[in-house]
Design a protein around this ligand. Structure first.
Ligand SMILES: [Fe+2]
Ligand SMILES: [Fe+2]
Length: 270
C-alpha cells in the first residue's frame, strides 16, 4: 500500500495498540517506497472515521480537569495519563499531516511518518508505565485541544505547521522540564521512571518542532510570506493559544526558533 494511504488506515484505527502497530508499519514503508509525493491520494469520503479514537478516555474541553497532587499515586497516574493522551493525539496529528496535504515534497511525508513513528513509541512508553502503576489509557478524562487545532487547520497546511508543531508541540518543550522537576521532588521509583521517559520524549520533541519550523518556513517562502510577521496573524485567525513564558529557550533554539522569533513570541503573548 502507498505509505500515505497506510497512514490514513492507521489514523482511522480506534484501538490504541492496533494504531501503534499500524503506525510503525506505515513508517517502515518509507524505506522501500520510491516517492511519496508523486500523485494526489485524497478522494471524496476520506474524512470518514478520521481520527480513530477509543471510546475512552471521555473527551472534554481544555481547563475542565482539576489538578491533582503528584504526591499521591492516583495524582501521578492522572499526570502520566494526561501525557499519554497527548501522545495518542500526537500520533493522530502526525498521521493526519501525512495523509491530508497533497502536493508537498517527498521529504514532508517522510518527516511526518518519522514523527508518527516516534509518537507511537512515546505512547507505548507511557502506557506501559501507566499500566505498571495499575491504570490504563482511558481510566481518566482527556483534553481535546490538540485534535481541535488539527481540525481547524485542516484546509491550510501553513497554519497547521505554524500552530500544531511549532505552537502546541513547542509548548511541550517548555512544560516538560517543569513536570520533571516536580516528579524529582516526589522521588518515588515510578516518578523517577517517568522522568527518564520524559527525557527521551523531550529529546525527540525537539526534532518534531524542528520539522514544524522547517516546513513552516518552507511554506512561507513558497507563498512569499514573512514567517515572523505571519505567525501572530495565524494565531489570531485560528484562535490558537498564545505562547506563554517561561520558555525553554535552550530547547527552542535547538528546535530552530531564531532569537527574533522567540522575542516576537514573547511580545505577541504580551
Ligand atoms: Fe511525543
Ligand atoms: Fe511530537
Amino acid at each position: 500500500m502507498h505509505p500515505r494511504l497506510s497512514a490514513l488506515a492507521a489514523l482511522r484505527l480506534t484501538d490504541p495498540e492496533e494504531k501503534v502497530a499500524a503506525t510503525h508499519a506505515a513508517a517502515a514503508l518509507t524505506t522501500t517506497a520510491d516517492a511519496l509525493a508523486t500523485h494526489p491520494i485524497r478522494t471524496a469520503g476520506d474524512e470518514a472515521g478520521v481520527p480513530g479514537r477509543p471510546e475512552r478516555p471521555l473527551r472534554v474541553a481544555a481547563h475542565t480537569q482539576g489538578k491533582r497532587s503528584p504526591f499521591t499515586p492516583e495524582g501521578r497516574a492522572a499526570l502520566i495519563h494526561s501525557i499519554c493522551h497527548i501522545e495518542f493525539n500526537a500520533i493522530n496529528l502526525a498521521l493526519d499531516a501525512v495523509w491530508r496535504f497533497d502536493g508537498m515534497p517527498d521529504a514532508f511525508y517522510r518527516d511526518w511518518l518519522h514523527v508518527a513513528d516516534e509518537e507511537a513509541l512515546h505512547f507505548t512508553l507511557l502506557h506501559t508505565h501507566l499500566q505498571s502503576m495499575g491504570y490504563r489509557y482511558g481510566d481518566f478524562i482527556g483534553h481535546d485541544g490538540l485534535w481541535a487545532m488539527c481540525e481547524k487547520t485542516g484546509g491550510d497546511v501553513l497554519a497547521r505547521m505554524a500552530l500544531v508543531p511549532r505552537t502546541l508541540e513547542a509548548r511541550g518543550l517548555d512544560a516538560t522540564p517543569l513536570i520533571q522537576a516536580k516528579l524529582r521532588r516526589v522521588n518515588t521509583p515510578d516518578a523517577l521512571r517517568a522522568v527518564e521517559i520524559l527525557d527521551r520524549i523531550l529529546a525527540d520533541e525537539v526534532g518534531h518542532v524542528a520539522i514544524g519550523n522547517h516546513w513552516y518556513r518552507w511554506l512561507c517562502e513558497r507563498e512569499g510570506r514573512d514567517p515572523v510577521a505571519s505567525y501572530p496573524v495565524l494565531v489570531a485567525h485560528y484562535e490558537a493559544p498564545r505562547m506563554k513564558p517561561p520558555f525553554n529557550l535552550e530547547a527552542r533554539a535547538r528546535a530552530g526558533f531564531s532569537d527574533e522569533e522567540l522575542s516576537a513570541l514573547a511580545k505577541a503573548s504580551g
